[in-house]
Design a protein around this ligand. Structure first.
Ligand code: AHR
Length: 317
């Protein structure tokens, strides 16, 4: 009962979109996807706010949309908690809220969410690393982790999934620090790791491609060999165009896709609500896994719902 659809009266439907920011290539793709779908050609007047990774600014943007009495609000939540009050305000004002990409975990006062199963992404990375190390005869894994924005569901899920393998396999996690999903952040953290853990690590897992680009630059500068022909296995998430290029160039060993193209789903949800139809509370995006070597055909793991799954691996060549 999170809000009612406005009556179709021939006028443009007004939508406010509170986007996370512009921290990554993935984010640019997400913004472009939503802007292309929620466009005037589709009868929508979109107000876009780039919240610059500032949670307070994002709450303020949503409150402004409520004040302006827009027809719908779309939120990609920077962090997963702290939402119940403002979503209650939107609900009281009769404005349906659609959540995309990251999840809101402390309120269910939104009509629909469409995004990624981040814990499965982390589990897939762990399952791949386990099988890859076995196939290559690598006995010991000494891992450095660069996490995403602390408190975002993308960071929480990827960490949770990957750490299940760290714990069950007894891998050594040497350090874990946030790179805030940015290239600059990834580079800074990796520069300090290269000094503190010189010669002691053979895996770096970056929670998005931009962090991986920064980490790669730092390893290059420090003379650390990485990727398929090097000493350090590089794992990333997103599989954006530049990330896939690095998989092709054998600099990133495995890249677990996070699909940013939620615009068309958002449009469908709005159109369904306009037509008085009910919509799915949750929609998961399709997300394939990409690798740089033809070593493993697929990976099997127990997913976040406890189901045994086997996913094909796509070799980028
Ligand atoms: O929420 C999705 C994550 O946020 C993507 O992995 C990352 O690139 C972005 O900044």
């Amino acid at each position: 009962d999170a809000g009612e659809a406005p009556a179709a009266d021939g006028e443009a439907i007004t939508v406010g979109f509170a986007q996370v920011g512009h921290e990554s290539d993935w984010r640019t793709a997400s913004t472009n996807s939503v802007k292309a779908a929620l466009s005037s050609e589709n009868g929508i007047d979109l107000q876009f706010v780039d919240c610059d990774n500032d949670s307070a600014a994002q709450l303020e943007a949503v409150r402004n949309f409520i004040e302006q009495d827009v027809d719908y609000i779309v939120i990609d939540p920077i962090v997963s908690t702290g939402w119940d009050t403002v979503l209650t305000e939107a609900d009281d004002a009769g404005i349906p809220v659609i959540v995309i990409d990251r999840t809101i975990d402390d309120s269910d006062k939104y009509v629909s969410w469409v995004g990624s199963e981040f814990t499965n992404e982390g589990l897939a990375a762990g399952a791949w690393l386990k099988a890859y190390a076995e196939a290559k005869g690598i006995k010991e894994l000494n891992i450095l982790e660069i996490t995403g924005t602390t408190g975002s569901s993308a960071e929480i899920g990827r960490t949770k999934g990957f750490h299940q393998f760290v714990d069950s396999e007894g891998w050594k996690l040497l350090d874990s620090q946030t790179g805030d999903f940015t290239q600059e952040g990834g580079q800074k953290v990796m520069e300090s790791y290269c000094k503190s853990y010189a010669g002691k690590f053979n895996v770096v897992i970056c929670q998005n491609d931009n962090e991986a680009f920064g980490a790669i630059d730092a390893m290059k500068a420090a003379g650390v060999s990485y990727g398929v022909d090097g000493d350090v296995i590089v794992i990333s998430f997103d599989a954006c165009t530049a990330g896939l290029q690095k998989v092709l160039d054998k600099e990133i060993n495995a890249d677990f896709q996070c699909n940013p193209l939620q615009g068309p789903d958002c449009l469908k949800i709005i159109q369904a609500l306009q037509g008085g139809q009910t919509v799915e509370k949750q929609t998961f995006m399709e997300e394939p896994w990409f690798v740089s070597e033809d070593v493993l055909k697929d990976i099997s793991y127990k997913n976040n719902s406890g189901k045994d799954v086997t996913e094909p691996l796509i070799v980028v060549d």
